[in-house]
Design a binder for this molecule. Structure first.
Ligand SMILES: [Zn+2]
Length: 442
């Protein structure tokens, strides 16, 4: 009997010890919590939001704390206590935009600490050196006499008091990026080629320079400018059955949905839907540009060619006397002989050399700083994407592919996110007064 009871007692003691070790291993676990800051933070402004992730793989988080230290003075940014174990991860979003914080511009340290629920109170601390910056960049415009034609181009050059994360010109809501030059200086210079819409007037345009620094401080500055007056032509173009029957089969081959509709319905679809889709494609093709000027001097106009239609023409198409659709002509139509050699208007890199819907076989050349030239309706293309072409180098031959009634070159200049008037870029006087005479472009 006695032997049995002592045996049970011993067994119970072993169980208690095993349970104790097991429990103790939980309560005394030695895994440290982890602190991670997902963003690479170097500069902090009043509105900078940074996320800190705290996690623990053992008993969970007991406490998380965030401080900012400047010159030995430590001020709390945020913190949380978790009285019950089991909080395995927590993300805190922190800003310096808090009442009562006493911070000055300059170096500081973010201190982020997590403590776990182990009896050992394992803790981890991460320190991040940052610069506190509450001053938006100062913008100094270095060019003057910004006279801009509706549908035309303009150059502005400016200096910022500090490096910028994002800077450029805003024309209402359209952003044109700034390209830096001599950026090794502490106060970098930027050049922006920008454009205004064909319906621009002085009273419907808000034009200015925007700059956002590494800490998120933003500034906007207008600069002296004047929008000139311009009138564009209204043209009524009657659609003949002959024209529709000659041009629509090309699109009915490419777009199956157009096979069962009348040539007129196909034309309306092509002029509206396909045109919109092609515009989006062009914007995508021209969204990346070389950060330096590849071109020099005036742009070449197709030699010995007559102008058949101008930039900015508002076209109304009629059929049997009624209006059916309309468009805005975004280039200049030039015609000489059938299958004439088409030359690069200036030096650049071929960004596109393929079929492009209403524009037919098309070549687009990137001239750098957001400026592109555009050659449409070609019968043949003799260049390829990525090729560096010199001014005057043959690109292909004129034709009537796409939406074209006869053999001609549709020539365009695209800047930023829109087509602009090519006439300016053909004019050496305009280029001297408005672009090259104003600054040494990067
Ligand atoms: Zn055209």
């Amino acid at each position: 009997m006695k032997k049995t009871s002592s045996y049970v007692a011993a067994l119970a003691a072993v169980v208690v010890i095993i349970l104790g070790i097991w429990q103790g291993s939980i309560y005394l676990e030695g895994k440290k919590p982890v602190v991670t800051v997902p963003d690479n933070i170097t500069h902090v402004g009043p509105e900078t939001i940074f996320s800190v992730r705290f996690s623990d793989e053992g008993r969970g988080l007991r406490q998380v704390l965030a401080f900012v230290d400047q010159g030995g003075k430590r001020q709390p940014l945020g913190g949380m206590d978790f009285s019950v174990p089991g909080e395995m991860k927590k993300t805190m979003r922190l800003t310096l935009d808090q009442a009562g914080l006493d911070l000055s511009e300059g170096p500081a340290t973010l201190i982020l600490t997590a403590v776990d629920h182990s009896l050992r109170k394992n803790s981890s601390t991460v320190t991040i050196p940052v610069t506190i910056d509450r001053t938006p960049p100062r913008i100094s415009t270095m060019t003057s006499a910004h006279y801009i034609n509706p549908g035309g181009s303009c150059l502005v050059v400016y200096r910022l008091s500090e490096p910028a994360e994002k800077t450029g010109v805003l024309v209402n809501t359209t952003f044109f990026p700034g390209y830096p030059f001599d950026s090794e200086e502490s106060r970098p210079r930027f050049a922006v080629l920008f454009a205004i819409p064909v319906d621009a007037r002085d009273d419907n345009m808000k034009i200015g320079i925007t700059a956002c620094d590494r800490a998120g401080n933003e500034s906007f500055a207008t600069f002296s400018h004047h929008v000139r007056k311009a009138a564009f032509r209204d043209r009524t173009l009657p659609l003949s059955d002959r024209f529709l029957e000659a041009t629509m089969p090309e699109f009915q081959t490419v777009i199956p949905a157009l096979r069962d509709v009348s040539p007129l319905e196909a034309f309306i679809y092509v002029n509206e839907e396909l045109r919109r889709e092609n515009t989006r494609q062009i914007e995508a093709i021209c969204s990346r540009s070389e950060p330096r000027k590849l071109w020099d001097g005036r742009f070449l106009r197709m030699s010995n060619a007559a102008t058949m239609a101008g930039f900015g023409d508002r076209r109304t198409y009629t059929y049997e006397g009624s209006q059916v659709t309309g468009s805005l002509h975004d280039g200049v139509d030039l015609a000489s002989t059938v299958n004439a050699v088409i030359e690069a208007s200036n030096r650049g890199i071929v960004a596109y050399a393929e079929y492009l819907g209403i524009y037919g076989n098309t070549v687009i050349i990137d001239h750098g700083l957001g400026l592109f030239s555009f050659y449409a309706h070609l019968s043949s293309v003799d260049t390829e994407k990525g090729a560096l072409v010199e001014k005057g180098e043959p690109l292909g031959r004129s034709g009537m592919t796409g939406l074209a009634g006869g053999d001609h070159l549709h020539f365009g200049i695209f800047l930023g996110k829109q087509f602009v008037n090519p006439v300016e870029w053909w004019d050496p006087g305009w280029i001297r007064d408005n672009i090259l005479g104003k600054a040494d472009l990067p």
